[in-house]
Design a protein around this ligand. Structure first.
Ligand code: FAD
Length: 393
């Protein structure tokens, strides 16, 4: 097996799109994925308008739209405040991850990327440079795979980040998510529905007229209390959060229940000589605002540009990776700030009431906030006095 230019661990949106862009640039790229596709991924499966625009830039939007459902806005039900409905100003959609991720991986393969089914178990570092990964093959053998550049696109539990010594310990108090696909919730109207309260939430994302992605996100303690009957625990939490508008009554699960946690992954930096992290592997953003796929796609665009530059001119690799790291750190810092602000606005009753009044009085400020969360405009714009200042006035 000859060594490719680039080896990518993980075929989620970040890995497949990095592979797609590098293959299109004529670079020899191999993706190593542990799962057999199509595979489920724990996710709310909402693609915000920034993600939809990224898919259009990549030339794969038509393929994704053919297997997704359009979304017009989000309905938020917060404690002690009237429900608010916020329209999206640009197209957004719901797309099951087994389908979305297969479309993106197939696009990468069509562009020339090679896929190997194996689990990355370690990284190879020689003379302070990452020169490959150690994989467990389908036959159970442990083998080395070398490349000029290794990409860790292996998600929230990134082995590449951990083995390179880049992962920070998980944040204390991080939440857990449980959910799946369900039918029988009644009618949907192309809106994501979020029911929030006491550090938890229950989210419904309509995948079709009759089926929805359902996620219940709770503190770890709550999950531990449900160990005897998780379905009953999830149903009880959803009924309490749904406040009589939505509950699991009459709903039927389609396929397996999925869960993940702790919802936390932070890294010290996103590259070392010879290796770079992208997507969730490069830092996880709380899923409440649904920006992860957008970040995976835009991160892949920036990462692919840095990798291509490093391969063209190895003397420039350090500078290109450092520039990618600065972009990522700045973008993620602002998005984390925005997430925390939105979480406070919906979860603290006096703030939720004030924000609901502000949204009714200043719809333009609400639209800017939604556009910032949806990746349509830079996140910093939400922090202008004309936006958050007005909403809380
Ligand atoms: C509960 C929850 C709800 C969410 N809801 C939304 C939402 O509605 N909208 C949104 O935009 N984002 C959402 N997100 C975030 C979104 O799912 C992620 O940000 C996105 O999947 C990141 O893509 P990725 O390619 O970086 O990683 P992933 O999608 O996790 O892909 C990583 C890939 O790497 C593979 N892999 C992992 N380890 C190895 C290994 N050792 N060897 C080989 N392969 C490996 C995995 O099998 C997987 O295919 C949510 C996340 C959670 C947890």
């Amino acid at each position: 097996m000859t060594a490719p230019g680039v080896l990518i661990a993980g075929a989620g949106p970040a890995g497949s799109v990095t592979a797609l862009l590098l293959a299109r640039a004529g670079i020899d790229v191999r993706v190593i994925e542990r799962a057999r596709f199509p595979r489920r991924k724990v996710c709310g499966e909402y693609l915000n308008s920034g993600a939809v625009e990224a898919l259009a830039r990549l030339g794969v939007l038509a393929a994704v739209e053919a297997v997704s459902a359009p979304l017009r806005g989000v309905r938020l039900v917060a404690p002690g405040a009237p429900a608010v409905t916020l329209p999206f100003s640009r197209p957004a959609c719901a797309c099951a991850r087994d389908v979305l991720d297969t479309v993106l991986l197939e696009a990468a393969v069509a562009a020339g990327a090679v896929v190997e089914r194996a689990r990355v178990e370690d990284v190879i570092v020689e003379d302070a440079r990452c020169t490959g990964v150690r994989v467990r093959t389908e036959d159970g053998a442990l083998e080395d795979r070398r490349a000029r550049i290794v990409v860790g696109a292996d998600g929230i539990g990134s082995v590449v980040a951990r083995k390179l010594g880049l992962s920070k310990p998980p944040r204390r108090g991080a939440r857990y998510a449980v959910g799946g696909h369900y039918a029988g919730f009644g009618a949907f109207d192309e809106h994501v529905e979020m029911y929030v309260g006491a550090g938890a939430y229950f989210a419904l994302n309509p995948l079709s007229e009759i089926s929805a992605n359902v996620m219940v996100v709770v503190p770890k303690q709550r999950l531990a209390e449900w160990s005897r009957d998780v379905d009953a625990g999830v149903g009880g939490a959803a009924a309490a959060l749904g406040r009589g508008v939505r509950s699991f009554e009459g709903a039927t699960r389609l396929g397996a229940r999925v869960s993940i946690g702790p919802l936390s992954h932070e890294v010290r930096r996103v590259s070392v000589p010879g290796a770079l992290l992208v997507g969730d592997a490069a830092g996880f953003l709380d899923p409440f605002t649904g920006q992860g796929i957008f970040l995976a796609l835009t991160g892949a665009e920036h990462a692919a540009a840095a990798i291509a530059q490093g391969l063209r001119d190895p003397a420039r690799e350090g500078a290109a990776f450092a520039e990618y790291g600065r972009w990522r750190a700045s973008d993620l810092t602002w998005r984390r700030r925005l997430c925390k602000t939105v979480a406070l606005l919906v979860d603290v009753p006096p703030l939720a009431r004030r924000a609901a009044r502000g949204l009714a009085r200043f719809p333009d400020a609400g639209a800017t906030l939604i556009d910032a969360v949806a990746g349509a405009i830079p996140p910093q714009r939400a922090f202008r006095p004309a936006v958050l200042g007005r909403l809380l006035s």
